[in-house]
Design a protein around this ligand. Sequence first.
Ligand code: ADP
Length: 389
Amino acid sequence: MTNGNNLEQQNKNLKKNIEELKQNHNDTVEHLERQLKVEQDLLESQQRFKTVFEASIVANKIINIDLKMVQINQALCDMLGYSREEILGSTILDFTRPDFIDLWYDLHEALWKKELPAFQLEACLIKKDQTEVWVLVNTVSFKDRGQTMGYTSLVDITNRKLLERHKDEFISTVSHELKTPITSIKSYCQLVERDLLKDKKAEGLDKIRRMNAKINDLTSLIADLVMASKIESGKLRTKSERYAMDDLINSIVDDYKKTHPGRIFIIDKNESVITMGDRLKIGQVIENLITNATKFSDRGSPISISSVRKDGSIVVCIQDHGRGISPEEIESIFNRFYKVKEAQSNNEAGMGLGLYISSEIIRNQQGKLWVDSKVGEGSTFCFSLPIIS
Ligand code: ADP
């Protein structure tokens, strides 16, 4: 009897074990099926990426942390004129015109250190046949199995760059050609003014003085064009001399007080500071900012100028209470030939070069130029320059 009971119990246990085994088996199969699906999805998405990456007409590359190209597409090979084998394993800097290497390298460093989420730059590459190709570069970083990698697209902008160069050469030639006759006209004008003054011909004198003022406007427009084309072609030459910023500000503001009677110019603070750089060109920047402040604010409202030391730099600010600049336009006002919409529609004088030239001069002197502005309340343009100790 006891033997019979044991057998029954054993039989029950066996059935239970079989049930459990069945259940475990089902779980494993389900798990494996899920894993298979994930892997299939991954494979499909990799396939999709590979197709898009490869078929793109834009040149693409994937780089590792050492900037070595680990994956490239046919468009990059066609762009550079090298085979895939010749490119893979090298860095794009091996194909870059030397004057762009440092900047590009520094941008990568900033990207790897997460100081930048991505970067964009215009650079020039050298093809196998030694001709140049200009590219707009876009790079982002991403993680691949724990490793930091970069994805870059390179768009060919050579035609646009060629057109820009032709336009710059045209502007440079025209402005240089205009300089000589304008200088002669100005000299003749001054001779006529002297004769009229001698003969006390008041009416004629007034006309010739107006003419002189217009010639001065024309001369400064041409000077701006010449300066802008020098900047564009990298030929801006600046001096390095010691000068007192406070003296420079005082003499410019004194001149403005004489030439703009009735306008209020206030020097808020003018710290005594010796700095190093191109006094004449920095003077040009200050004059441009004060001229803009007078142009874009009412005659009755004051223009304040201040100059203070801050963290090893001197910060010079010109504040007006004029029409101000909208946040959407602030980004663009330092661009070459940019005039705000209001200035364009009012047909206001000026070619939109003043702030471009000023910001390039300040950049050239290792400084910064910026603006705070509110529509209807006015603008404060400031620049900072390093002080010599
Ligand atoms: P321009 O040489 O033609 O005066 P700028 O480069 O100096 O051109 O200025 C670019 C634009 O910025 C101008 O269209 C002008 O409307 C705007 N702007 C410059 N300074 C001021 C200011 N202080 N207040 C308001 N708008 C300004």
